[in-house]
Design a protein around this ligand. Structure first.
Ligand code: SF4
Length: 389
């Protein structure tokens, strides 16, 4: 594996920007902390300025959604939470030997004897203390050159000048100085493969941990962070664990780009009308206007990743935006951006020129409009045939 090169860290915001972001969330409101799920979700929708600004300003999006009258149903159910914890405890039982067995099974290395696996104590006061304790444990484990398993380490990642504290399920330190993130999920892996959307979400979340771990490794000669993470899930429909290595390099570069983009919240904030604020003390209509003043990029995937999803979905539907139908459909429709325009194109006269709203010269065939007309004609034929039966 090639040695990693130090990555540029996100530049800290200027005092003026800090002040502006504080005004946006409300002067007396402390910034809402970002966790790995939030950072991963940010990377899942790189085109959304609304989310970038709200996260950059540390606005509590769940509280904002409730104040807008569209509370999120976002988060894990109590049942899933309890089941997830029980599965994680099972995976980490026997001092981590089962977890190490899974790791060695996937990588083809010899599992260490139970006595050769060190489990450093990571408890300390507060997230800052725990992050410092984790960094020390990683340093000591790497210098010792043996096997270590860090259970729920705490990592700090600077995001727009403020630290975000992140807690992966575990990190394995190998004798050769390589560190690997372990993600334990409760969705099933059937015949060695799992739901692609869930694996994608887990990979984005793990990439945030890898990024934070790289920041620690940059200061430690001989340390190296694995670009693949160990994803542990229940095997088939049992509660026996199985594992797979997931390469997160792609998610890592998207996350890095997104975090760098957060520093450009200055530009987004500068374009807002004077006096815009997301202070939850303000009346709902003022908050709605403030939220609407920032461009959003709604897609149905937002429902699983962002607290504002119900609000943005309602607005996208009200505007007849084709984004509400999904990114795939949006991509197929080219320059037709509203459902009204799509229906009008489908119902338009086949003999009329098919100049597209994207600026195609009149008379030239627009394949999207032609395909919509053809689909509308086929539908009409099918309905007519059904009526004659
Ligand atoms: S729900 Fe709204 S704010 Fe959140 S990512 Fe989607 S479009 Fe952006």
């Amino acid at each position: 594996m090639p040695r990693q090169t130090p990555q540029p860290s996100t530049p800290a915001p200027t005092t003026a920007l800090r002040q502006r972001l504080a005004e946006l969330r409300g002067p007396a409101v402390p910034p809402h902390p970002l966790d790995a799920r939030a950072l991963a979700a940010l990377a899942a929708n790189p085109g959304c300025e609304r989310r970038a600004l709200l996260d950059g300003a540390g606005v509590d999006k769940a509280a904002l959604a409730a104040a807008l009258g569209s509370p999120s149903a976002f988060g894990q159910s109590q049942f899933a939470f309890v089941r997830g914890n029980a599965f994680e405890a099972k995976v980490k039982a026997d001092g981590g030997t089962e977890l190490l067995r899974l790791w060695c099974e996937r990588t083809g290395c010899e599992p260490p004897a139970a006595d050769d696996l060190s489990l450093p104590e990571l408890s300390a006061a507060g997230p800052e203390g725990r992050a410092a304790r984790t960094a020390l444990a990683l340093r000591e484990a790497t210098a010792a050159g043996g096997w270590s398993l860090l259970n729920h380490p705490m990592l700090a990642l600077e995001v727009a000048g403020s630290p975000a504290y992140l807690e992966p399920d575990a990190v394995v330190v190998q004798p050769d100085g390589r560190w690997t993130v372990v993600e334990i999920k409760s969705f099933p892996m059937i015949d060695d493969s799992a739901d692609a959307a869930k694996v994608g979400a887990a990979a984005r979340q793990a990439a945030v941990y890898v990024l934070a771990l790289q920041r620690v490794a940059e200061r430690l000669p001989g340390a190296e962070v694995n670009h693949s993470v160990l994803l542990v899930c229940p095997k088939d429909f049992s509660n026996l664990p199985t594992a797979s290595l997931v390469d997160v390099r792609k998610q890592l570069s998207v996350t890095r780009r997104q975090l760098a983009r957060l520093t450009r919240v200055e530009d987004i904030a500068a374009a807002l009308p004077d006096g815009t604020t997301f202070d939850l003390e303000r009346p709902a209509d003022e908050l709605t206007a403030a939220v609407e003043s920032v461009d959003a990029a709604y897609a149905p995937d937002c429902l699983a990743a962002c607290e504002l999803a119900f609000h943005c979905r309602e607005r996208a539907r009200a505007a007849g935006a084709v984004q509400a139908l999904g990114r795939g459909v949006r991509g197929e429709l080219g320059g037709l951006t509203t459902i009204g325009a799509v229906l009008a194109a489908a119902e338009s006269d086949a003999d009329a020129p098919t100049g597209s709203p994207a600026g195609r010269p009149a008379g030239e065939t627009d394949p999207t409009v032609a395909a919509l007309r053809r689909a509308a004609a086929l539908r009409a034929e099918a309905l007519e045939a059904a009526a004659c039966r």
